[in-house]
Design a protein. Structure first.
Lengths: 180, 327
């Protein structure tokens, strides 16, 4: 796999593009992301095992370069995601550029390195955050692949968002290919 | 002879990343208090361990299982089961610290190779020879308090292999005996497998900076442009008398990449990378760098340029005690 050598130069969503994301309604995005999260936990049951009781928490995922936050609720048997304009509060908050958050999911960046370099902010329940970080790191997810497998009505808004993000930031929002 | 790279894996994905990146050997632990990295979301179930070992063996890598905490009285069966399960899973060796557990393993699992964990803090030839003679220990992980000449002197007086840390978090206390984490949280790496357990760590962004708290104690606060503080007491910032400083040790990580030729000359067998709590991205990057370095040394080529500074905890590196220039 080709890994980024250093956090240092994480792309940030351009402000005009981010402002454009103020316009679409958030409810369809919440429905699509919840369906995506549930699909992922069904396809990767080991992810829930690894989360354990520490990970049963309400996370606020804050992409700091986008005008929205995700409330990611892992307390029930199935995950639930709400997309909101403002931080609603939760047990733990994870904040950073969208590219950093996606890079963590795809194993491009190291969470500790991003945290020590201040590219990532962690607040609240550290045990819950660690459980989530480790479970996702182990799952070797490819979000594009997971989105493609969703029903068309749900995958369409997410694909449109991904294409928009890739065009605007130059960040590939898929898991890099292994090259060794 | 090429030095052996011994690299960490906190998850099966990290183990696979390490193997693919060229690690000769991977060390990992079961998901319980029998190993010194008992953090949320980390480590291996029994089936995962067997699968991970099979994956490594199929590609020519070895797997060591760390069972390096000290058993609680009355709960010894957890540690005994871990040793038996490591052997069943096909582990190439177990890494042990407790003298009672070493005796148990030598008696009940004589065919399972035994390494002495850094948690045993064996820092001189007399104690190493005792462990070798009494429990047939084949390798000793040396504490991070010795200089390169001291390591060479020890190697001249022992017959077992030595493994030394070359990269990652730096523990300078008497390992296996440090009580700083216990003092603040009631839990320690020695008994519970956790130094600064995550459930006791809190970071908060405040108007005057990012604060790190452990067990309710503020142990450091940094400004906007400084690296985030490390959550252990030993790397905290305190006021003692009229001086405010990192009283115990600076928040810096070990990077002895440039000392590999000297460590080879000192008779070291294996180079250990710290970081079972780190991601598969970290594991792959560090292994690739160190594999390239040991291959270069074995072939008499110059060392490749280091590229790992930003992966260090605290964002800065030191050669630690190896050069004895460090506080």
């Amino acid at each position: 796999m080709h890994y980024a050598e250093t956090p240092g130069s994480i792309p940030v969503f351009p402000r005009p593009a981010a402002l454009a994301l103020r316009l679409p309604p958030l409810a369809p995005l919440s429905v699509a992301l919840t369906a995506l999260a549930r699909r992922i936990t069904r396809r990767h049951p080991e992810l829930l095992t690894r989360l354990g009781s520490d990970g049963a928490a309400r996370f606020v995922i804050d992409p700091t370069d986008l005008p929205m936050v995700l409330q990611f609720d892992l307390r029930a048997s199935e995950p639930h995601i709400r997309v909101l304009r403002r931080d609603p509060g939760g047990d733990a908050r994870i904040a950073g550029p969208m590219a950093a958050l996606l890079g963590l999911v795809h194993g491009v960046y190291d969470g500790d390195a991003l945290f020590f370099s201040r590219d990532l902010v962690i607040e609240g329940d550290t045990a819950a955050t660690l459980a989530l970080r480790n479970a996702i790191d182990d799952a070797e997810l490819d979000l594009s692949e997971e989105i493609d497998a969703l029903p068309m009505t749900l995958s369409r808004p997410l694909r449109a968002l991904i294409r928009f993000a890739e065009r605007r930031t130059g960040v590939a929002l898929t898991r890099p290919e292994e090259d060794y | 002879m090429t030095l052996e790279i011994v690299c960490p894996a906190g998850t099966p994905a990290a183990l696979r990343a390490a193997v693919k990146a060229g690690a000769h050997t991977i060390y990992c632990g079961f998901a319980d208090e029998t190993n010194a990295r008992n953090f949320p979301g980390l480590n291996f179930g029994r089936a995962e361990m067997a699968e991970g070992i099979a994956f490594a063996h199929a590609r020519g890598s070895k797997v060591l299982v760390a069972i390096n905490t000290y058993p609680r009285a009355g709960a010894e069966h957890l540690w005994h089961a871990a040793i038996a399960d490591a052997e069943t899973a096909g582990a190439d060796a177990v890494i042990l610290a407790d003298i009672g557990l070493l005796a148990f393993a030598a008696e009940h699992h004589p065919g399972l190779r035994r390494h002495l964990s850094v948690q045993a803090a064996a820092a001189n030839s007399d104690i190493i020879n005792f462990y070798a003679d009494t429990f047939d220990v084949k390798r000793v992980v040396l504490p991070r308090v010795l200089s390169v000449p001291e390591i060479a002197a020890i190697n001249a007086e022992i017959d077992v292999e030595t493994e030394v840390f070359v990269f990652g978090g730096l523990c300078v206390m008497a390992e296996g005996r440090c009580s700083l984490s216990s003092y603040a949280t009631g839990e320690s790496p020695n008994m519970n497998g956790v130094c600064s357990p995550a459930s006791h760590v809190k970071y908060s962004e405040e108007p005057d900076g990012l604060a790190a708290r452990l067990g309710g104690y503020t142990i450091h606060k940094v400004g906007r442009d400084e690296p985030a503080p490390y959550p252990t007491l030993c790397k905290g910032c305190f006021t003692a008398g009229d001086k405010t400083s990192h009283t115990f040790e600076d928040p810096t990580s070990l990077n002895a990449e440039q000392l590999i030729p000297q460590l080879a000359k000192a008779g070291v067998t294996a180079l250990k990378i710290e970081g079972r709590q780190r991601s598969r991205s970290y594991v792959a990057q560090v292994v690739r760098n160190f594999r390239a370095a040991v291959d270069a040394v074995a072939e008499g080529r110059p060392l490749p340029a280091g590229m790992l500074a930003r992966l260090s905890e605290g964002q800065s590196g030191t050669t630690g005690a190896y050069k004895k220039t460090w506080r």
